[in-house]
Design a protein around this ligand. Sequence first.
Ligand code: ADP
Length: 260
Amino acid sequence: ATQMLLHVRAAPLGVRYLLLLIDDRTEEERLNSVRRDFIANVSHELKTPVGAISLLADAVEAAGDDLERVRSFTRRLQHESHRLGAMTKEIIDLTRIQAEDPLARPETVEIGAIVDAAIDANRVAADAKSIRLSGRVVDDVEVLGDPHMLTMALNNLVTNAVSYSQEHTHVGVGARVEGDLIEIAVTDKGIGIDPADQQRVFERFYRVDQARSRQTGGTGLGLSIVKHVVKSHGGTVSLWSRPGHGSTFTMRLPYVKPQA
Ligand code: ADP
C-alpha cells in the first residue's frame, strides 16, 4: 500500500494532516500473482506425464524379452508422451495469446471459414467414433480479430464435444446472428457437465473427472483458451448442459455490420 500525506487546509480540530492508505496492489500485482499461479500449475501438471514417462521407460527396460509387457508399456509410453506434447502445445498457445491483443491490428474473419476449419480438423476423430459432425452457418458474417485465435477457440469446443460424446451420436456447429452478436454454438449429446462444475470448467487445468480426462488426453486448458480468446475479441462464452444428455457451448461475438 502507498502512504500519502495530505495537507488538509480546512480541517477542524487542528487535524491538519490526513494519512491516506491507498491500496495500489493494482492490476500489475494481480497479474503477477496470476502469472505465479500459472507457472506453479504448469510445473505441477507437467510433472505427472514426465514422471510417468520416466517410470515406463524403466519398466520397458526391466521387461527384457517379455514382448507382451514391452508392447504394453510402449503403448502407454506413446500415450503419455502424446499427452505431454499436447499439454506443452496448449501451454505455449495460452501464453502466446495472453500476450497479444487481437484487436490491435484486426483482420476480418469469416465465420463460415472458421466453422469449416474446426469441422475439418475434427473429422478424423469424429469418424473414428462414428459421430456425425455437421455445420450449419445461417448467417455467414465477418468478425474483427485474429483468425488463428478464433479457429483455435472453436476447434477446442468441437474437440471437446467429440471427446466427451459416445459413439454414434451427433455433434453440431451452428452460427446465426442474434441482435448485435453472432452466436456460434457447438452442441453435443455427450456425457454433459454437472451444474456444480459448470462455472469451474473454464478455469485453467480444471477437469471434471481427472481419470477420464487423462484417458481422453485432456489437459484442462482448452476451455480457458476459449474463454480468453472470446473475451479478448469483446465477446462471451456460455454453457448449457444436462448431465447424461449433452452440452451446448455458445460463443457470442460482435460482428461487422454490412454497410447500408
Ligand atoms: P480438457 O483438456 O480436459 O478437455 P478443457 O478445459 O477443454 O480441458 O475442459 C475442462 C473440463 O470440462 C474437461 O476435463 C471435461 O471434464 C469438461 N468438458 C469440456 N467440454 C465438455 C463437453 N462438451 N462435454 C462434457 N464435458 C466437457
